[in-house]
Design a protein around this ligand. Structure first.
Ligand SMILES: Cc1cc2nc3c(=O)[nH]c(=O)nc-3n(C[C@H](O)[C@H](O)[C@H](O)COP(=O)(O)O)c2cc1C
Length: 190
């Protein structure tokens, strides 16, 4: 089973990173490995809406999205982990998601099927916000759902935590790390 994960936080060992590590630990317990993309370390140009992918489903720009396109196409399980920034997913996450417009064109304009592998495709969404306002989670969830469905992930589970602000504060949450670990284990069940 091929599992990929996107870390949308710039903060190494920050709350999203720590949460994602637990989910990955849960996945790896099953014997699977995870290909991790640290989006903050990657050069991903924001979508230019140039129309270059309209008739081919292939982005005309070549940057660090290239290996991500290949990885998404082959993945059975996809994890997206993002902090909430200004009531949304981080810019790092959003830039990657917007570049999946190429997949959107392939699926909805060109009507090409985007086949799931032998295990089907499932997603896991991890969100962490410092405030206690649900709106950030709601906005991020809407975008993540559009992302997952565009890349033919028909179902995903969401774990979201609010009021987690200081670096590493997630470590003091009573259930978050365990829930992420369990969600990782659950994700790879067939
Ligand atoms: C630019 C910026 C914008 C933020 N906006 C929000 C917000 O709208 N809602 C919220 O709940 N937290 C907001 N936060 C707080 C972060 O979500 C919080 O610090 C979170 O724990 C960061 O996760 P990380 O440690 O994985 O980076 C913001 C933080 C930054 C740096």
């Amino acid at each position: 089973m091929k599992i990929i994960a996107f870390l949308g936080s710039p903060r190494e060992e920050g709350n999203t990173d720590l949460l994602l590590r637990e989910a990955i630990r849960g996945v790896e317990e099953s014997g699977s490995t995870v290909q991790l993309f640290r989006l903050n370390d990657m050069s991903i140009m924001p979508c230019q809406n140039c129309g270059g992918c309209d008739e081919t489903g292939v982005c005309i720009y070549s940057d660090d999205m290239s290996p991500i396109y290949d990885a998404i196409r082959d993945a059975d399980r996809i994890i997206l982990a993002s902090p909430i920034f200004f009531f949304h997913v981080s810019a790092q996450s959003k830039a990657m998601i917007d570049r999946c417009q190429a997949f959107w064109c392939e699926k909805y304009l060109l009507k090409k099927t985007f086949p799931g592998g032998e295990y089907g495709r499932k997603g896991l969404l991890l969100l962490v916000g410092g405030m206690k306002k649900e709106i950030g989670i709601q906005c991020a969830e809407a975008t993540a759902k559009a992302f997952f469905r565009t890349i033919s992930v028909p179902e995903h589970k969401t774990l979201s935590y609010l009021g987690i602000d200081a670096k590493g504060a997630i470590l003091n949450h009573p259930t978050a790390l365990k829930e992420a670990y369990e969600a990782g284990k659950e994700l790879v069940k067939v």
